[in-house]
Design a binder for this molecule. Sequence first.
Ligand SMILES: [Zn+2]
Ligand SMILES: [Zn+2]
Ligand SMILES: [Zn+2]
Length: 221
Amino acid sequence: MNTLANDLRALVQQRLIAKTRIEPSGCWVWTGVRTRARPTSHEYGVLGIRIGVGKMHTSAPHRWSYLLFVGDIPHKYQVDHLCKNTLCCNPAHLEAVTALENLRRSRVWEVNRSKTHCPAGHPYGKPVLRTAKGRVNVPARDCPRCGLVRKWIKRNPGKTAADYVPRAERTHCKHGHEMTDANTIIGMASDGYLKRSCRECVNVRAREYQRLLRASGKKKR
Ligand SMILES: [Zn+2]
Ligand SMILES: [Zn+2]
Ligand SMILES: [Zn+2]
């Protein structure tokens, strides 16, 4: 949004004066139309300004207040409330920050940072920086085990996450050999989990590999 034109300035000022209440804390609390608060977001004011029969410009009143008293809001910046009152329009309580900085200051950020396990109860790996188009680039924590489960469901249509049995808990390999201690080879999978392999199946694959190797050797001679 560009610096307010003079006719717009007068209108914005008029509406802010009419629709804010000054609290003892110094906050100018918006009393006009507001969005509904949801578990994931606070309530914000809504202020539409129209000059004559022109286009209606709708924004949050604290953004209007910032434009009026402070100046332009840099592209992709958000106006953060230093007082944590999302209905406050006092320019002294406002600061333009990047979306990432705004997120860092939020409670959601703190709560998510302290999580060590995914919603399904698997331990998280190292955070990775996720770059999504049109989104804030934030360190994301992907659960390697949930990723495995999603892939498994794709391979097995009609199954749900509840049907997934981790390799470590399977009693038989996919070819039906019993996973006894003697028939089990323990290794490390790429996601850091311990992985059990069926010795009998490994032997079958090894013999097949040797056969192919010998066959290709014969051709060369
Ligand atoms: Zn305030
Ligand atoms: Zn998970
Ligand atoms: Zn097997």
